[in-house]
Design a protein around this ligand. Structure first.
Ligand code: SF4
Length: 258
C-alpha cells in the first residue's frame, strides 16, 4: 500500500476509532492489514501478542534482541513463542555488544544511552518494519505523562507506518486481570519490583509508589528509547502526571518495543 494511502487510512481511523474498544480497532486493523501488520513486544507480558493474535493468527511479533536483556526476559520470549499463536521475530542490531564495545568504547549505555538505544533499538526496528504497513504497540496512557494522549490509531511519521495502540486506554489492573484470566506467560521481574522492563544495565527496580518508569535510565534525563514520540504537550503532560501518579504502590507494566 502506498505511503499516501496508509497516511490517509491512519488519519481517518484516528478519528473514527478515537473511543473504540480494543477488539473493534483490532478487527479494523486485521481487515485492512492482516499479516502486513507487526506487533512490537518487550516481553514484560504477553497481553498484546495475545489480543492481536485473536484477530491475526500467526502474527509477527518483533522482539528487539538488544544483547542486553535480563535472562528472565529471554525466557519470557521463549514461552510466548511456545504458547501463543504468533511468529516471534528477533530483531538484532548490526553490531554485537562486543563489536559495539570495540567501535564505540565499552558500556556506551553508561555514557550515551541515546546513541546506544538508537543503534540497538530504533535503527533495527526501522529496518525490520520496512516490510510492513502497520505496527502495533502496547503503549498505555497511564504509563506516564509523555504517553497521556496516545490515540488508538495514528500515523507514525518517523517510521512511515500506521501505528495502532489497542491497549492505550487499559489500566494496569485490566492488563493484569487479562493476563491471569488467559493464563498468559509474564516476566517474573514484574513481581520483583520491576514495573517497566528494559535492558539490564538501564533498568533498576522501583520503590512502592515511585513512578513506574523511574527505574529506566536512572540518572539520565532520558525516559524513552526513541520509539514512541511524546503524545502530550508539556502542559498536558504535567497535568496528566499529577493525575496518574499512583497514591498506592501499584506496579505497572510497560509494553514498549519496547
Ligand atoms: S536500554 Fe540501555 S543497553 Fe538497551 S539499547 Fe538503550 S542504552 Fe543500550
Amino acid at each position: 500500500m502506498s505511503t499516501e494511502r496508509l497516511r490517509a487510512l491512519a488519519l481517518e481511523a484516528q478519528e473514527r476509532y478515537a473511543d473504540a474498544g480494543t477488539d473493534e480497532v483490532l478487527a479494523w486493523a486485521a481487515q485492512q492489514f492482516g499479516r502486513r501488520m507487526a506487533v512490537a513486544c518487550s516481553m514484560a507480558d504477553a497481553v498484546l501478542p495475545h489480543v492481536v493474535a485473536e484477530h491475526v493468527p500467526g502474527v509477527d511479533v518483533l522482539f528487539l534482541d538488544t544483547g542486553y536483556h535480563f535472562p528472565e526476559t529471554l525466557q519470557t520470549r521463549d514461552r510466548v513463542a511456545d504458547l501463543l499463536d504468533v511468529t516471534i521475530v528477533d530483531v538484532r542490531p548490526r553490531l554485537s555488544v562486543a563489536e559495539q564495545d570495540a567501535v564505540h568504547g565499552k558500556d556506551l549505555f553508561a555514557r550515551d544511552p541515546g546513541a546506544c538505544c538508537r543503534m540497538r533499538k530504533v535503527e533495527p526496528l526501522r529496518e525490520a518494519l520496512a516490510g510492513y504497513d502497520a505496527w502495533v504497540t502496547g503503549v498505555r496512557r497511564e504509563e506516564g505523562p509523555t504517553r497521556a494522549d496516545t490515540p488508538l490509531v495514528t500515523w507514525d511519521e518517523s517510521f512511515g507506518l500506521v501505528k495502532i495502540n489497542p491497549l492505550a486506554a487499559w489500566t494496569f489492573e485490566e492488563l493484569l486481570a487479562y493476563s491471569e484470566r488467559e493464563l498468559l506467560p509474564a516476566n517474573p521481574l514484574l513481581a520483583q519490583g520491576y514495573p517497566s522492563i528494559g535492558c539490564l544495565p538501564c533498568t533498576r527496580p522501583v520503590a512502592p509508589g515511585e513512578d513506574p518508569r523511574a527505574g529506566r535510565w536512572a540518572g539520565f534525563a532520558k525516559t524513552e528509547c526513541g520509539l514512541h514520540p511524546a503524545t502530550a504537550t508539556p502542559a498536558t503532560a504535567t497535568a496528566a502526571a499529577t493525575a496518574t501518579i499512583p497514591t498506592t504502590p501499584t506496579p505497572q507494566t510497560t509494553e514498549e518495543a519496547r
